[in-house]
Write a protein of this length. Structure first.
Ligand code: 5GP
Ligand code: MN
Length: 345
């Protein structure tokens, strides 16, 4: 981190700290925020976690969840005041202030010093201190390093460890993405030393489906999955009416895109969802096909090489047509990433 010593000095006496994270926080976003919040609490700081929106109920088990405040645009003055009267704002697991919606405008306007800790590609230069490592498997990995670098590894306990574990487990796709390196496993081994119950956390996050969510998954896969074999692309488009029929809750569409990507011969997958403000798109890819670039170039988005997101202000049907029309331009790259090498030892 640039100017780490200056930040260390700032944190050497009790401070008022705000921690925030991205829109619709996932396990890495919330887990990193709550782990850092508990750590700062142990160091004698006063901490408040603010999320820009709500998040899935399968994350509610995390220690510190009860103290989280969800931003409400109707109370703008209250939140601006909260930010401005703090000493530091920590921004976790996002690379640009537009990822936290209206709260981003308040953060940008605030004179309070900002710290960015993130692993997404191409971070915006808005913070006074930036700790960005785009090779890190999760922001939770960076929070772990931050605590260790401060000489406080003995402050990591089961509750902090569980939050970090949830972030690393989910962002690595349960330790299967290429970001899962030796370091990840060493960190997990250390968290297990702190009695983190890994199978319990896996169950809390993945074995917590409502019946209707599973029925929705069945419907999406049997009726809505479109496979463009020649273009090595699969997509699923879901309308607002369909979300309503299946009483979709925050987080219910998470993971859908991975099923589309899992189809044999598919290199890129997309899930397009009609939300109230825009069509939200999730992209995933295999190999070197860069969906960060694809989302950036075409859908005002970004993320990582193999997992990104974006949005479109066209209607759902037009967005699907735009997506399909773009694919021939990428056919060569999609094809290149299909090749699988045979291992010989
Ligand atoms: P997901 O598809 O799970 O919502 O997001 C995949 C990855 O892309 C995550 O790392 C997420 O933070 C990032 N991402 C999702 N939507 C957007 C977006 O609209 N803009 C940017 N810059 N990143 C996004
Ligand atoms: Mn993350």
């Amino acid at each position: 981190m640039q100017n780490f010593e200056v930040l260390e000095e700032l944190l050497s006496s009790p401070k008022k700290i705000i921690i925030t994270t991205h829109h619709k926080p996932d396990a890495d976003a919330l887990g990193s925020s709550l782990a850092l919040s508990q750590y700062f609490g142990k160091k004698g700081h006063e901490v408040q976690v603010i999320t820009p929106t709500d998040y899935p109920s399968f994350l509610n088990w995390m220690n510190g969840n009860d103290g989280v405040i969800i931003f409400d645009a109707k109370k703008e003055d209250y939140f601006q005041n909260l930010l401005d009267s703090s000493d530091l704002i920590f921004c976790l697991d996002f690379n640009s202030l537009n990822r936290i919606n209206e709260l981003g405008i308040l953060v940008r306007n605030s004179p309070t010093k900002k710290v960015l800790i993130d692993h997404h590609l191409e971070p915006e230069n808005f913070a006074d201190f930036t700790y960005s490592d785009t090779t890190a498997a999760a922001t939770a990995v960076l929070i772990y390093h931050f605590i260790v670098k401060n000489g406080d590894s003995d402050l990591i306990d089961k509750c902090i460890g569980e939050c970090l574990y949830a972030g690393i487990m989910t962002d690595t796709g349960s330790f299967r993405h290429s970001s899962t390196n030796r370091e990840v496993h060493l960190i997990i081994a250390d968290l297990m030393m702190h009695n983190v119950d890994t199978s319990r956390i896996h169950q809390l996050i993945y074995d917590n489906n409502s019946e209707i969510k599973l029925r929705f998954l069945g419907y999406a896969l049997s009726k809505k999955l479109v496979i463009l074999k020649e273009l090595h692309t699969a997509y699923i488009a879901i309308s607002a009416d369909e979300l309503k029929t299946f009483e979709s809750q925050t987080g219910d569409t998470e993971g859908l895109v991975n099923f589309a990507l899992s189809v044999d011969g598919i290199v890129m997958a997309a899930v397009l969802i009609e939300r109230s403000d825009a069509v939200k798109i999730s992209f995933r890819s295999k190999g070197n096909f860069n969906v960060n670039q694809f989302a950036r170039q075409n859908f005002e988005g970004g993320g990582h090489q193999n997992a990104s997101g974006g949005k479109s202000d066209l209607n759902l049907e037009q967005t699907v047509q735009k997506f399909i029309a773009l694919l021939p331009n990428y056919k060569e790259q999609l094809l290149q990433n299909l090749k699988t090498e045979i291992t010989s030892c």
